[in-house]
Design a protein around this ligand. Structure first.
Ligand code: DAH
Length: 337
């Protein structure tokens, strides 16, 4: 029976070294070492041997089993390392040209935001960012909009709770900054704003840049000068600018700034509703009540503030007529900028 065992081993080792695939090895493993395998079968016959021969036979059988297992695992390694170079086995063809990743670029809203900030940076304004989820105080109350103020209706608000809102404008940044810093101040505050509104000219989330300049003798002349300079830097030095009287609770007097229509150059067209003018921002001299709310003395300091929609500036720069294009994630659109 010992001889039988040795013959079995030699046969098995020969077959293992001939095996050409993992599948074949798997089959050999079952054929010899499986529950009904040949080696297992031989081992079961140990009991038929005379008792004094059993230990030696058992030892030899174990050794054969070990050798066979080792041969199988070495063969498996040999096959898999050879396979690594054989792409077809893995379904990969390394000779195919790769797919070139598309190069990213800045979204037109980001580009426009950066341009606006850069223009104000050159005039000495520093960038400040404040929270999007805001307390009623910063978004409304301190900006001279008490709870029953009709101007709150102008901005249909997303409420988180009674006192917490998604800011409807970046004007909240004025209050946050003035509460922390002493005048003089020159800041621009970019960021997201949110209103319950959705159509071709409104999205529930949009971007604004708020601006504020406060000091001991900031006059209406500075206010006009800074904003006219801004418009000329963005839209070109020939573009006409006008300050049209308006109302905001946090400024007095207030004005909206219009530029001559960039499409018809003032003749009147659909884009400017045949007025020849396009509104680009809200602004005014800071209301004394706002200064009082942040602990500034309105008899000592004056200032002006302004706020603009970045989407609107971007649309006018590039002649885009549907605001939703910015957020459809259509690369054919985005890639043009
Ligand atoms: N917060 C206003 C809005 O969202 C824009 C605005 C108007 C900001 C006048 C100002 C300002 O700072 O003085 O429509």
């Amino acid at each position: 029976m010992q001889q039988e065992l040795i013959d079995l081993k030699n046969q098995a080792l020969a077959e293992v070294s001939d095996a050409q695939s993992e599948d074949a090895l798997e089959q050999l493993s079952t054929r010899y070492l499986g529950r009904k395998g040949l080696l297992t079968g031989l081992l079961r016959k140990t009991g038929t041997l005379p008792p004094e021969e059993r230990p030696a036979f058992g030892q030899l059988a174990n050794q054969v089993k070990k050798e066979l297992e080792q041969a199988l695992s070495q063969a498996s390694e040999r096959l898999s390392s050879a396979g690594r170079g054989t792409a077809s086995r893995r379904g990969v063809d390394p000779t195919l040209p790769g797919i070139r990743p598309r190069r990213g670029r800045l979204h037109p809203i980001t580009q426009t935001e950066r341009l606006i900030l850069e223009v104000f940076n050159r005039m000495g304004f520093q960038v400040v960012e404040t929270p999007e989820v805001e307390l009623d105080w910063y978004c409304f109350e301190a900006l001279n909009m008490p709870p029953d103020h009709p101007a709150r209706d102008m901005q249909d608000t997303f409420y988180i709770s009674d006192q917490v809102v998604l800011r409807t404008h970046t004007s909240s940044a004025q209050i946050r900054t003035m509460e922390k810093e002493k005048p003089p101040l020159r800041i621009v505050c970019p960021g997201k704003a949110f209103r319950r509104d959705s159509d071709a000219t409104h999205t529930p989330m949009f971007h604004q840049v708020e601006g504020l300049m406060v000091g001991e003798d900031i006059t209406f002349a500075e206010y006009k000068g800074v904003l006219i300079n801004f418009v000329h830097q963005i839209f070109g030095p020939e573009v006409p600018v006008r300050f049209r009287p308006s109302f905001f609770p946090f400024t007095e007097p207030s004005a909206e700034v219009d530029i001559g229509c960039v499409v018809c150059k003032g003749d009147g067209c659909r884009v400017c509703s045949h007025t020849g003018w396009l509104e680009i921002l809200g602004s005014g001299m800071v209301d004394p009540n706002v200064f009082k709310n942040v602990g500034y003395d309105p008899d000592k300091v004056t200032g002006f503030a302004f706020g603009m929609g970045i989407e609107r500036i971007a649309m006018l720069r590039w002649g885009i007529d549907d605001l939703r294009m910015f957020y459809d994630n259509d690369l054919r659109f985005i890639r043009q900028f």
